[in-house]
Design a protein around this ligand. Structure first.
Ligand SMILES: Nc1ncnc2c1ncn2[C@@H]1O[C@H](COP(=O)(O)OP(=O)(O)OP(=O)(O)O)[C@@H](O)[C@H]1O
Ligand SMILES: [Mg+2]
Length: 259
């Protein structure tokens, strides 16, 4: 099965961008800037790829959008509202924002099914609806055979599938995926690429996704950007990035091919 992405949203349509980062800077220690004056507009329904070397600040940027971290300077807007000071739960509830974290994201001692049930109990009030949604995700992410297995005993790839399925429980409108393709086998990567494209085309989800499986990530992206040395050093459609000298210099290297 090949991945067919029928369109790429490359420009902000009308009105405000859905997510706007305005001159964001962050340092954990004095004089050690992790992110330096980052500005970025993301349109509703767009899939944005976030690339960059280890330690470039990709996860940090996602943590700023979810509210796990607060910027040292600058503001974050969602739907035109300045949410820089909003706590995590308010961002989640008001803007249906969900995150699939790079590490963890599950309860080790609960089975795969109970992990989904536990988060489902918070997000879906109606028990019938909750059960339906849990079953749908178990089916979609092929977790049926391991539904009774405690999460700590799942393989790396199964853990990733479980966490991704959990991030979709609340039917988010904004989804942040931090290295969702890491540790997945080729067929599962394809399955996930298809799910991501479907989430965009059928539900108009806005997705920010980071991964070092750059080729697999670029297939699904409308636009991607490269973070390096605390700055955005390149951005554009996947094809544009392939011709961008900074993208080659700071991330892809000389031998990388997209197609
Ligand atoms: N809570 C923290 N306290 C201090 N430094 C931190 C903290 N979180 C992240 N950092 C530092 O910020 C930098 C960016 O980290 P981040 O995890 O965002 O990188 P990344 O681009 O996601 O890398 P990777 O590709 O390896 O996942 C690193 O130098 C990291 O050590
Ligand atoms: Mg990271």
């Amino acid at each position: 099965m090949t991945i067919i992405k029928k369109f790429r949203i490359t420009k902000i349509k009308s009105g405000n961008p859905l997510i706007c980062l305005n001159k964001i800077s962050l340092s954990f220690k004095k004089n050690h800037l992790i992110l330096d004056n980052i500005s970025l507009d993301i349109s509703k329904g767009q899939i944005i790829g976030l690339l960059g070397p280890n330690g470039a600040g990709k996860s940090t940027l996602m943590n700023l959008i979810t509210g796990i971290l607060k910027p040292s300077y600058g503001n974050i807007f969602i739907d035109g509202k300045d949410i820089t000071q909003y706590p995590i739960y308010e961002r989640t509830k008001k803007f249906k924002l969900s995150m699939c974290p790079q590490l963890g994201g599950y309860f080790s001692d609960l089975s795969a099914e109970d992990n989904l049930n536990a988060v489902g109990e918070i997000l879906i009030e109606d028990p019938k609806l909750r059960k339906m949604k849990v079953e749908e995700l178990i089916f979609k992410f092929e977790l049926d055979a391991v539904r009774k297995v405690e999460a700590k005993f799942l393989s790396g790839g199964m853990k990733r599938r479980l966490v991704i399925s959990m991030s979709l429980l609340g039917e988010p409108e904004i989804l942040l995926m931090d290295e969702p393709l890491a540790a997945l086998d080729p067929q599962t990567i394809q399955m996930l690429q298809n799910i991501i494209i479907k989430l965009q085309s059928e539900y108009n989800l806005t997705i920010i996704i980071t991964d070092h499986q750059a080729r697999d990530l670029l297939v699904v992206c409308d636009k991607a950007l490269i973070l390096s040395n605390s700055k955005i050093v390149a951005e554009g459609t996947p094809n544009e990035l392939m011709k961008n000298e900074n993208a080659t210099k700071y991330y892809f290297g000389d031998n990388f091919k997209f197609k």
